[in-house]
Design a protein around this ligand. Structure first.
Ligand code: TXA
Ligand code: MG
Length: 319
């Protein structure tokens, strides 16, 4: 049985013994291990069934630690880290030679962030190494936003999950890299592009698979429920076209007529996109368990975090 614990020392004990555990962060739960432990890192890839060509994010405890994992840090990266760390921003930087190649999948860059979740911070403070942690879901499936999600995915495969409650953002970190020292957005996430641009000005966006054949997290099919999932601006029409099928609905803020005839979830009755983002994955997890013929999800306004959510929906939908 997998141990679900709130005990940070217990979590540190497992990590110090080259084990892999579930770890809460403010974005989604991570599958964490010591970046310098080959045994732990291999196990992360193995239990996640993640291909070795897909690199891992390194989680550090403080800005002071950055120089141990990255070199030649661009000015804009310093600006971004000063402003958004700790928090849901991942920077792709030139790797420090001491970072094992298995972490970066042989790339010259390392992905790094400082999580804001107090439990993650307390855990990192106990350790004298950073933690590699991809999202704690099997490759391709919905990311976990609670300890229970992780326990369901990995019972029998990892010894423990550190329980830090539901993830506050509920969406993965925003990923920014640098080309010729200019910032480029590689993954929409919990920090909106508007917030990034308010700090450093207009930046290029390279989030489609064709822009970055070597960043597999951006694969078009990802974050997907097992149930065929459809995304639309007009939920009512789509529900009508599914007559006699058992459908589940994920709605933004308003119920549709006769919503009660179906399994349905309203993400944010107050229309707050942040709240919608925080609830999305948990809603997808719940509906995915209902043995439905289809899940129909309402597209969100394409601004702020809405854009990050729509990006995930595009990758989750049935193809
Ligand atoms: O919010 C998050 O970022 C969560 C929490 C646990 O921190 N982690 C997460 O990890 O989403 P993961 O592995 O599911 O997504 C990280 C993405 C992957 O698409 C991976 O390919 C990309 O980051 N990545 C990691 N290192 C990279 C590198 N050196 N160069 C390019 N892409 C990289
Ligand atoms: Mg992931």
């Amino acid at each position: 049985m997998i141990e679900v614990t709130k005990d940070i020392n217990r979590a540190a004990f497992f990590l110090n013994n080259n084990e892999v555990i579930g770890m809460p962060t403010e974005t989604v739960y991570g599958l964490a291990g010591n970046i310098y432990s080959e045994q732990a890192v291999k196990k992360i890839f193995e239990v996640k069934q993640r291909p070795f060509y897909n690199p891992l994010i390194v989680h550090i405890k403080s800005v002071e630690y950055l120089e141990k994992v990255a070199v030649e840090i661009p000015e804009q990266a310093i600006q971004l880290s000063n402003h958004f760390w700790p928090g849901p921003l991942t920077l792709l930087l030139k790797k420090h030679p001491s970072i094992p190649n298995i972490i970066t999948a042989g790339k010259e860059t390392v992905a790094v962030r400082i999580p804001k979740h107090p439990t993650a911070q307390s855990l990192l403070a106990l350790l004298d190494y950073p933690l590699a942690a991809p999202s704690a879901n099997p490759f391709g499936s919905i990311s976990p936003t609670t300890a229970e999600h992780v326990a369901e995915y990995f019972n029998g495969k990892i010894p423990a999950v550190l329980d830090g409650g539901a993830s506050e953002n509920g969406l993965e970190s925003t990923i920014i890299g640098f080309i010729d020292n200019q910032a480029v957005l590689f993954r929409h996430g919990a920090i909106s592009i508007e917030e990034i641009e308010a700090l450093i000005g207009k930046i290029a966006i390279k989030t489609s698979a064709k822009d970055q054949p070597d960043a597999p997290g951006m694969l078009l099919k990802h974050y997907a429920p097992n149930t065929p999932t459809f995304v639309t601006d007009d939920v009512q029409s789509m529900v009508n076209s599914f007559s006699r099928k058992k459908v589940g609905l994920i709605l933004f803020k308003d119920k549709i007529a006769n919503a009660d005839k179906h399994f349905y979830e309203v993400l944010a009755e107050n229309g707050d996109l942040q709240v919608a983002g925080a609830n999305l994955y948990a809603a997808m997890h719940r509906l995915d368990k209902q043995q439905l013929d289809a899940i129909i999800i309402e597209k969100l306004p394409n601004i702020g975090i809405g854009r990050s959510i729509n990006d995930r929906l595009e990758r989750a939908r049935f193809k």
